[in-house]
Design a protein around this ligand. Structure first.
Ligand code: CAO
Length: 419
């Protein structure tokens, strides 16, 4: 038994944001039916190809636990099949460009008439307003959502982050909206529209930066390194390098091997409560009581000196040795892990966050499994579907087409070869 067993999802998503959402629904046990244009499919199948002729990792890592049906939703027979899918599904998820679903002839009112219980969930770049018609990709959302202006160093340009907060972050938000709407439907019997704009999702993830914007109006942000360095603040939350956002000074520091290994670094937080232990570890026991060093406010204008001294110590240790020494002392540190180290991590493999999957075209490959662990709804990651792999199975098993009727829809060209 899986949490969402019995829920059918009509998955009209492509690229990254929508597919991450429906992949989660699949991991929670929903039957996810991915609708793809005949002969073409999700554009990511053929983007950043590493194994010639095989679906790319871009596609396979975002579309686990789904079935694929080829369906031309602009063809008359295709529209008939789509209507029947809407009748039997609980959720329709889409992340087309604004208006694309309407142009297919399936606006909210039409869909509701077909199935008043269906939940229609959409990712769009922007919510209602002047930018609502824009097509939007990851980095645009990071820039418009407050992430880029607050990421990077004070003396450098805005930066986008490696975490796909615009795409996968919005997919997460949409997924939460969908399961909440399913819960409400239990009481009302009605479906509803769920919208997760990418800009809004990034803004939600940048909440603490908007906190700081309002604090700034009351005075300088004393926990930011620039305060201790005597650099005046402007009128918006500045880029704060690797400062920690929680008010406790933190930096990324070099570790043994940094000269050749770009990830030989650790994050190090000088939390007030364990200041004395830090002084002992780095060999500066007199800093515990020395005027100018003993309390957090006194240290604010000496953070560069203090972190410089801590770094002299971390540079004598590997990032894992720093972890082993500091963790038992409750000193918060974290190794900067490379993608290689993460993929090879035995602990992450044991918990199913990193998995290996067999694929008929590309062989065995590593993927990221479900990051949410539920004690009563275990996740088994299955490979992504080939284009149209389940067309016939869905037409007959889900929609009940058989005999001459099945031959008719296949002959119409609306569903690819359906082989
Ligand atoms: N059968 C027939 N037509 C289909 C189809 C199918 N199965 N699936 C898609 N199409 C059509 C759409 O109806 C659309 O046609 P119209 O332009 O005539 O309405 C066309 O294919 C292209 O769809 P699109 O505009 O969504 O795709 P795009 O590549 O031009 O744009 C993107 C991609 C991502 C920029 C856009 O979809 C978008 O802005 N989506 C919302 C925001 C979003 O999710 N961005 C994240 C992208 S990365 O995760």
């Amino acid at each position: 038994m899986k949490a969402l067993e019995g829920i059918k999802v009509l998955d009209f998503t492509h690229v990254q944001s929508g597919p991450t959402c429906t992949q989660l629904l699949g991991w929670f046990g929903a039957d996810v039916i991915k609708v793809e244009r005949p002969g073409v499919g999700d554009a990511t199948r053929k983007q950043l190809v590493d194994v010639p002729g095989a679906d790319s990792l871009y596609f396979t890592m975002l579309n686990h636990n789904k079935r694929s049906i080829e369906l031309n939703s602009k063809n008359e027979t295709g529209k008939e099949i789509l209507t029947r899918l809407i009748e039997v599904c609980d959720v329709l998820v889409e992340n087309f460009a604004p208006g694309a679903l309407d142009r297919m002839g399936f606006d909210w009112e039409t869909i509701q008439k077909i199935n008043p219980r269906i939940i229609v969930a959409s990712v769009k770049g922007f919510g209602p307003g002047k930018y609502e018609d824009c097509k939007v990709y990851e980095n645009v959302a990071q820039c418009a959502g407050g992430s880029a202006s607050t990421t990077g160093f004070l003396d450098g340009p805005p930066l986008v982050t490696g975490a796909q907060i615009g795409d996968s972050g919005t997919g997460l938000h949409l997924c939460l909206g969908i399961v909440t709407a399913l819960y409400q439907r239990e009481k009302t019997g009605r479906g509803q529209k769920v919208l997760a704009p990418m800009q809004d999702s990034v803004i939600n993830l940048c909440r603490v930066k908007l906190r700081d914007q309002q604090r700034l109006e009351k005075g300088p942000l004393t926990e930011y390194s620039q305060y201790g360095e005597g650099i005046p603040f402007g009128d918006a939350t500045p880029r704060a390098g690797n400062d920690s956002g929680g008010g406790q000074p933190g930096r990324i520091l070099k570790c043994k091997g940094w000269e050749t290994d770009p990830n030989a670094y650790t994050y190090f937080i000088t939390q007030a409560a364990i200041w004395e232990k830090i002084c002992d570890v780095i060999g500066e026991p007199e800093w515990k009581t020395k005027p100018g060093y003993a309390t957090p406010p006194e240290r604010l204008d000496k953070l560069n000196e203090i972190f410089g001294r801590i770094e002299q110590w971390t540079m004598t240790k590997t990032k894992f040795e720093v972890m082993d020494i500091c963790n038992p002392l409750d000193i918060p540190v974290g190794p900067i892990l490379s993608t290689r180290e993460i993929i090879e991590d035995e602990g992450l493999r044991a918990t199913g966050t990193i998995v290996e999957v067999d694929h008929p075209e590309r062989g065995r490959y590593a993927s990221v499994g479900c990051p949410i662990k539920m004690s009563d709804s275990p996740v088994e990651v299955t490979r992504s579907p080939l284009l149209g792999e389940h067309t016939r199975e869905i037409l007959s098993g889900v929609l009940g087409y058989s005999g001459a009727e099945l031959d008719r829809v296949i002959a119409s060209g609306a569903v690819g070869k359906a082989s």
